[in-house]
Ligand binder design. Structure first.
Ligand code: CA
Length: 230
């Protein structure tokens, strides 16, 4: 980051606050802290941070309630800090508008990578930006609706294409199964998880060198999928 980004940490565990208080400023972030959900919402309004790190297990409010309230007035990226056994809570947080999550205990490098990706994503031009998306050997001409892999055009079915461009639109971010089903198949199909599995497999077969170990179309276990951009 060339310019110092402001981060609001909403977390009741003093150890994690202490850890991030030393780590984040050393990596060029300005940190504000809150130990409860209510203070967090107030700080968010007062500071208008560039990014929010939100613990889901707060003493006064559900993390989901914090997301709901913050999302009423700002699209600032929210990264959820969750415990390993909180799959459902994590998914609900993403469905409510959180942008990403890290699972505790997390490594600082993973957290920093997720933070940079979220900040990058948030700073993209609102008009959709460039009309050609490239990632490694993958190139997608969004205007012409053409997909190339190492310069060779790849034929996708309409659903495969829609799935791919949905992932591109949220590149680097986790999309839950329900979000993807809603975007690609529509709101009546959010529980048809098998559609997604079938089409994701097809898409990987066409775009990944080794579909069993995808480089781009990665699985977020128990949560959804992400187009990996780092
Ligand atoms: Ca907690």
């Amino acid at each position: 980051m060339s310019q110092e980004a402001t981060i609001l940490l909403i977390e009741d565990e003093p150890e994690i606050r202490r850890f991030l208080r030393t780590t984040l400023p050393a990596h060029g972030f300005r940190l504000y802290e809150a130990a409860t959900g209510r203070d967090g919402i107030a700080e968010a309004q007062a500071r208008n941070p560039d990014l929010i790190l939100l613990d889901l297990g707060l003493p006064d409010l559900e993390g989901s309630e914090v997301i709901r309230q913050v999302r009423e007035w700002t699209a600032t990226p929210i990264i959820v800090l969750s415990a390993r056994d909180q799959e459902q809570v994590k998914v609900a947080a993403l469905d409510l508008g959180a942008d990403d999550y890290v699972t505790k205990p997390f490594g600082v490098n993973e957290l920093l990578a997720r933070m940079r990706a979220a900040l990058r994503h948030a700073s993209r031009p609102a008009d959709g930006g460039e009309s050609v998306f490239t990632l490694g050997d993958l190139k997608v001409d969004l205007g012409r609706r053409q997909v190339f892999l190492s310069g060779k055009e790849i034929h996708l079915t309409p659903i495969e294409y829609k799935l791919l461009i949905t992932l591109i639109r949220y590149a680097g971010k986790v999309l839950t199964h329900r979000q993807l089903l809603k975007e690609v198949w529509g709101p009546l199909h959010v529980d048809e998880g098998h559609y997604l599995r079938v089409y994701m497999r097809q898409l990987r077969n066409k775009l990944e060198k080794n579909p069993a170990h995808p480089r781009y179309l990665v699985t977020e276990l128990g949560v959804g999928y992400r187009l990996r951009t780092e």
